[in-house]
Design a protein. Structure first.
Length: 94
């Protein structure tokens, strides 16, 4: 799945994480390790922490991300697209 980085709305505390995403038309959630993907993750984590929301989704994504970065797979997949998609939907209300 790809998301539009320019459509993201940040709370004041997370604006610095939003700026690099504003000029990105499409961010691929399956592109583990890409700069755009890492910027999106930083933004979503900031939004979660600042608003105290979606802690369960963030924890699930972090577990997947650690596994993919360590062993290269998580639940037979080589990316965390579904977990990141759930975190994105929870954080942005989409």
């Amino acid at each position: 799945m790809k998301v539009n980085g320019g459509a993201l709305v940040a709370i004041k505390k997370c604006e610095k994480y939003q700026k690099p995403l504003q000029r990105k038309k499409k961010i691929d959630l399956d592109a583990v390790g890409s700069q755009e993907n890492n910027n999106l993750i930083d933004f979503l984590r900031c939004q979660c922490k600042a608003q105290k929301i979606c802690a369960d989704k963030e924890k699930a994504f972090s577990k997947c991300h650690s596994s993919v970065m360590g062993s290269g797979t998580y639940a037979g997949r080589k990316n965390c697209g579904p977990e990141l998609e759930e975190l994105f939907a929870c954080t942005t209300g989409g």
